[in-house]
Design a binder for this molecule. Structure first.
Ligand SMILES: *Cc1c(COP(=O)(O)O)cnc(C)c1O
Length: 364
């Protein structure tokens, strides 16, 4: 890792840590955050770890008006021996640069970002819960903060990394979710920003999510924005189907966010010699497979839940109950394998985990 000077200003006070048993996602934040600034002609500068605090922005800051911003999401796990593990963090930094490029924002130095993250975690390591299923969620993000009401790329940016302890997604065991296949609203189209982790994609999806929730369904499955025919992905998860022994997931097409969990699952399936295909999947194909009794499993994949089995799909008044609404064996096997690698309970044959024990020793 690079050795960039990062100024550290420690907080005078420490917040009370939340009870790991009752932690909810994204509501509490640690004592410190990392930040750096960018100015056109200078580049990234003023890298620092400072007390977690509100930021002051000009009301004309470009991010408020034209949404020039990108984010990432990953997790740190801590085992009882104190080892801190990050799952493929270099993939997140790489993807952040792809998102930044799509939004005409300046790239970050990926090694700098990893170093900053490592130093921040060193300071905040007591915030990483150790209870089974819990972790420290890491949210790197960049905003455009030039005060200018013109529609043009900002000349000033700020990069942040904030940390939030999060609870187990599956406190009462894995429960399959019910999904609304969205027929009216669309999330993204080819040529748009669906492939980037940028705020606008999520704001535009809220309306459909609201409709789904009113119907007692917890997530939206997006269809392609042109024909409403081909399956894209779920809210913040990629989607997989097991049809007659073969695992199928929509191919990356420019409007789907390429998940790191998705990538890891594809790798595992290939490694296990399970037939797998990345291709176009139409909702009619899923309906036909369901009617023929060949739709064996459906599950979503993403950092937050890792694997989220789907027990029910609702499409245009047509209901498909998958695997009796229960978690299937493949979803369970993938969940166990991935979470065991992430938490150090299993070998890491693909070198996916960055153990911070060594990195932290270097800094100490
Ligand atoms: C983050 C995200 C995913 C999942 O990506 P992971 O890297 O696996 O966490 C999938 N779809 C969308 C829209 C996302 O924002």
């Amino acid at each position: 890792m690079r050795n960039l000077p990062i100024q550290t200003i420690l907080s005078d006070s420490r917040k009370e840590k939340p009870n790991p048993e009752t932690l909810v996602f994204g509501r509490s934040f640690t004592d410190h955050m990392f930040t750096a600034e960018y100015d056109e002609g200078i580049g990234w500068h003023s890298h620092r770890i400072v007390p977690y605090a509100p930021v002051t922005l000009d009301p004309a800051a470009i991010v408020f008006h034209y949404g020039q911003t990108v984010f990432e999401g990953l997790k740190a796990y801590r085992s009882s021996d104190g080892t801190v593990r990050l799952f493929r963090p270099e993939e997140n930094m790489k993807r952040m640069n792809q998102s930044l490029d799509r939004l005409c924002m300046p790239k970050i130095d990926e090694e700098m970002a990893l170093q900053a993250l490592t130093e921040l975690i060193q300071i905040e390591k007591d915030w990483i819960p150790t209870l089974k299923g819990t972790s420290l969620y890491i949210r790197p993000f960049v905003i455009a903060n030039e005060a200018f009401l013109g529609v043009a790329p900002s000349k000033k940016y700020q990069f942040f990394i904030i940390l939030s302890p999060v609870g187990s997604y599956y406190k009462e065991g894995i429960h399959p979710i019910k999904i609304l296949v969205e027929n009216e609203f669309v999330r993204a189209v080819k040529g748009g920003t669906g492939g980037a982790k940028t705020a606008g994609n999520y704001a535009s999806g809220l309306k459909a999510q609201e409709v789904a929730n009113e119907r007692g369904l917890s997530q939206v499955l997006w269809l392609d924005g042109v024909e409403r025919k081909y399956i894209e992905e779920v809210g913040s998860m990629n989607i997989f189907f097991k049809i007659d022994g073969e695992v199928v997931t929509p191919a990356i097409n420019g409007s789907i966010l390429e998940g790191i969990t998705r990538k890891s699952i594809l790798h595992l399936l290939h490694h296990w010699n399970i037939p797998v295909a990345e291709r176009k999947v139409s909702i009619e194909e899923i309906q036909e497979a369901f009617e023929a009794g060949k739709l064996e499993e459906v599950f979503g994949t993403g950092t937050a839940a890792v694997i989220s089995p789907v027990g029910e799909l609702n499409w245009d008044g047509y209901k498909m109950v998958v695997n009796d609404g229960k978690t299937g064996p493949l979803a369970r096997q993938l969940f166990n394998t991935l979470t065991n690698i992430q938490t150090g309970l299993a070998e890491d044959p693909f070198d996916w985990v960055l153990e911070l024990k060594n990195e932290l020793a270097k800094l100490a």
